[in-house]
Design a protein around this ligand. Structure first.
Ligand code: IPD
Ligand code: CA
Length: 259
């Protein structure tokens, strides 16, 4: 399987790059993106579907026996050989002309998240990780921060309408009162990649779907970070909370989030 995983790691990066190129083309011509809504604050563009179609097609062509699960078209939840895809993470940014979005691709083998590829086409940054092997940004090894004091911490607090408002505002209040700085940049996948790359001390969201966070989870772990048991909490089946942080701040952030 080692060779098979190595093959899939290379493929994940190549497919993420191809998807990023297509994202960039749509983004350059905002009239082409065709913005609609799946629900309140839940953006959908024509580009999401087009990128997912491209990614699914490339994966099926290269690995016809593998299963796929995508944000827009769904798919299998059989984690024996499963690709988990978010065609555009940060769709609200993308749709509003803000250059902070990415493609996220994870690969699972026998129930284990093995590979994560997150590509930011506007900054040309490829975050790539393989479990037990490496986590890199454009080929440079990534490492989580060593910050151990909330008063110096930078934490991203992910938000969606899938959890009650009070749960989110409570988390913000506790974070600010603890002296930490918080942000919400609108892409869970990039937010978690930034934890792996030491650009934030933690990312937490009270409910997130597997396509938003699985690739990031692989890279945070490999970059020395600590991550909650997202898969054990039903992350593939129905989404779950996610907490990715440097090891020193994992517990303090867990308390701020009320997890
Ligand atoms: C969303 C983004 C957002 C996160 C949400 C996701 P989308 O995905 O990752 O940052 O907070 O939970 O649903 O809609 O941009 O693909
Ligand atoms: Ca997403």
């Amino acid at each position: 399987m080692t060779d098979e995983l190595a093959k899939r790691t290379l493929a994940a990066a190549a497919i993420a790059r191809a998807a990023g190129e297509l994202q960039r083309k749509f983004f350059a011509d905002r009239a082409s993106i065709g913005m609609t809504f799946k629900g309140p604050q839940d953006y959908l563009t024509v580009a999401d579907g087009a990128v997912e179609k491209l990614v699914m097609g490339l994966i099926r062509e290269a690995f016809p026996k593998d299963e796929v699960l995508g944000e827009e078209t769904g798919g299998s939840k059989d984690t024996r050989a499963l690709w988990v895809i978010d065609p555009i993470d940060g769709t609200a940014n993308f749709a509003n002309g803000i250059a902070h979005f990415c493609i996220s691709i994870a690969y699972m083998h026998e129930g284990e998240a093995e590979i994560g590829a997150i590509y930011d086409p506007m900054r040309d940054e490829m975050f790539l990780a393989r479990r037990g092997k490496f986590a890199t940004c454009n080929g440079r090894p990534m490492k989580v921060t060593a910050v151990d004091d909330l008063k110096r911490a930078q934490i991203e607090l992910g938000w969606s309408t899938r959890r009650p408002v009070e749960a989110y505002t409570g988390m913000i209040e506790r974070t600010v009162k603890a002296g930490a700085s918080f942000r919400r940049a609108g892409s869970g996948a990039l937010g978690i990649a930034y934890v792996a790359d030491g650009r934030a001390d933690g990312y937490v969201e009270l409910h997130i779907n597997s396509w938003d966070c699985l690739a990031g989870i692989v890279m945070t772990r490999e970059a020395g970070g600590r991550v909650n048991d997202f898969l054990g909490e039903g992350g593939i089946e129905k989404g779950a909370p996610v907490l990715c942080a440097n090891p020193a701040l994992y517990e303090p952030i867990r308390k701020l989030a009320g997890l």
